[in-house]
Design a protein around this ligand. Structure first.
Ligand code: HEM
Ligand code: HEM
Length: 179
């Protein structure tokens, strides 16, 4: 019997999110240094819109995961890795909620409402408050650095499994198929 893999829906959401997160980190780091210009405003808008797509995908993913839990790990995986994998994955999932939530809160506290893709007016989560804006901006900045570290460890762990140990971990998230 072939080794179990993640469901196709989980795989699709994982890879769409991964591409979006790499883009958001890149654009986020670049856009803050731009001088005030139309380009900067557009970069901020797209950053917010795609960031909220990640939030939507993560909510869907958590609901899906609840009904379709990850497949059991192969028997060869060490005890410490078995214990650490869910901790790392829950940290990533928590950051995928906390990053966009802190961004949305930050925009609301700055008094800038989000018009999702220029069409859907999203509610302001908090009233305008410059002190709260500064605190949330710092939080978004710090969370982004934590996300970079955890994603780097996550990718390093997958490379170690696939290249050094060759235990088929990458296939669980990559292979094409419905199950
Ligand atoms: C997974 C989702 C997200 C990621 C990975 C992400 C990542 C980042 C990063 C790396 C920065 C640069 C921070 C710095 O160097 O100080 C940034 C800045 C920013 N992000 Fe996000 N972000 C996400 C979602 C959002 C959302 C949903 C919003 C708003 C609705 C948002 C609003 C902002 C704003 C306004 C800034 C600029 C802050 C400043 O001018 O200092 N972000 N983001
Ligand atoms: C090149 C980049 C990436 C690779 C190669 C990769 C690979 C993988 C693999 C193979 C798994 C399955 C682990 C297992 O079998 O249990 C996985 C799970 C996971 N990955 Fe990634 N990943 C990447 C990027 C990302 C990014 C950027 C994020 C989010 C910020 C992310 C979040 C997650 C989460 C939350 C899980 C757990 C899924 C679940 O249990 O529902 N990954 N990844």
């Amino acid at each position: 019997m072939p080794a179990p893999t993640y469901h196709a829906i989980s795989k699709s959401l994982h890879w769409l999110t991964a591409v979006a997160v790499f883009g958001l980190l890149g654009v986020g780091l670049w856009m803050t240094g731009l001088p005030i210009s139309l380009l900067k405003l557009q970069a901020y808008a797209w950053h917010k819109w795609i960031g909220l797509v990640v939030l939507l995908f993560t909510v869907l993913r958590l609901l899906w995961r609840w009904r379709h839990p990850p497949p059991p790990l192969p028997g060869a995986i060490a005890r410490w890795e078995r214990a650490l994998a869910p901790v790392a994955h829950w940290m990533l999932l928590a950051l995928l909620v906390a990053m966009p939530a802190s961004g949305w809160l930050m925009s609301s506290a700055a008094g800038v409402s989000v018009f999702w893709f220029g069409v859907l007016a999203l509610p302001d989560l908090v009233p305008r408050n410059p002190d709260l804006f500064e605190a949330l901006r710092t939080l978004h900045h710090l969370l982004s650095r934590l996300l970079i570290v955890v994603v780097a460890l996550h990718v390093a762990a997958v490379v170690r499994h696939d290249v050094v140990r060759r235990d088929g971990i990458f296939r669980r998230m990559w292979s094409i198929g419905t199950k």
